[in-house]
Every structure is written in structure tokens, then in C-alpha cells.
Unconditional design. Structure first.
Length: 174
């Protein structure tokens, strides 16, 4: 047996669900895309899912060019609800809430047009989204509060900082 051979630890259940714990308040609802001869349909959000107690008040779309990153950002007055629709995205989350049971926890979630999903990001959690695919990526945000152009609820850190233990530099794999 080779000495540099390393066995991979379990990362998902037999049903394909991640076994990694999520930051307190973070939720992911994977979506079903239904194809037919005309194309596809995929539901992004339905209040009947009880995914969020807050109403739908504001919606906008974001694109990210290949290799580019948007973030680190956090909000103090709103939660984000992102639906990943097109492309392949790596979503990094860092719990910066001192009173949270998952304070300083890091999550990295991958979603794409082959694995679409709605992700709930609570206020106080830093998040950054990177396009790790080869085409433009697209997501829709349905925050719990409309954007205030005069007084934005957005707080930023540089991508490379001393607070968040994550770097966006390893795209080539192992």
C-alpha cells in the first residue's frame, strides 16, 4: 500500500445529504428542476414551504463572472435568501455573531444549475459567493428587507482578512 494514500472521510449520507453541521439559522432547501421537451421549470420560493417566517418584500438578480467573488458582506437588519439558478457557485459563510451557538463556524456550500437550491443566510453571518464554473453564474436574492439606497445595511470585509479563516485561492483541486 502506498504511504501517501489517504482514505476520504464520509461527507454525505446514502441519500446524498451533507453530514456537515450548518451555522445556526442557515438553511438550504434543494430545488427540483422539471424538464420536458419545451425546457425546464424550477420553483424558487413558495411561502407554503415555511422556509422563512418573513414575507417576500424585495427581489433582485445577481450575476458573477467566472472565477470572480462577491463578498465578504454581512447585514445587521436583514436576512438573505439566495436562490442559485445558473452556473456553479461556492458559497462561504462565517458566523460572526458572538451570542450564536455556532459562533466562528465556517460553512462552504456548493450549488449549481444541476443542484439548485434556496439558502437562508441570517443577519450577522458573513457571506461570499464565488463562481467556480466556466460561464457566468446567476442567483436571485429575496432579502427580508428592501434595500435602502440612502443607508445600506451592508458591512464588508476584504476577501483576504484576519477574521475569516477561508481563502478563495484553491480552484485546481488536490
Amino acid at each position: 500500500m502506498q504511504t501517501n494514500l489517504k482514505r476520504e472521510p464520509q461527507s454525505v449520507t446514502a441519500e446524498g445529504k451533507s453530514i456537515a453541521p450548518l451555522i445556526d439559522g442557515v438553511r438550504v432547501r434543494y430545488a427540483v428542476t422539471l424538464p420536458d421537451e419545451r425546457g425546464t421549470v424550477c420553483e424558487m420560493y413558495n411561502p407554503a414551504w415555511n422556509f422563512s417566517d418573513e414575507p417576500l418584500v424585495y427581489v433582485y438578480q445577481v450575476t458573477i463572472r467566472p472565477g470572480r467573488v462577491k463578498g465578504w458582506a454581512k447585514h445587521l437588519e436583514q436576512d438573505d435568501r439566495l436562490f442559485i439558478s445558473q452556473g456553479t457557485l461556492r458559497i462561504a459563510l462565517y458566523d460572526d455573531r458572538p451570542d450564536s451557538p455556532t459562533y466562528k463556524m465556517l460553512n462552504v456550500i456548493h450549488l449549481s444549475e444541476l443542484n439548485r437550491g434556496l439558502i437562508h443566510i441570517p443577519r450577522g453571518v458573513f457571506h461570499a459567493v464565488q463562481n467556480i464554473g466556466h460561464t457566468d453564474a446567476l442567483f436571485v436574492n429575496m432579502p427580508t428587507k428592501a434595500y435602502n439606497h440612502n443607508d445600506p445595511d451592508k458591512y464588508r470585509l476584504p476577501l483576504d482578512n484576519d477574521i475569516i479563516p477561508f481563502r478563495f485561492d484553491n480552484l485546481l483541486g488536490w
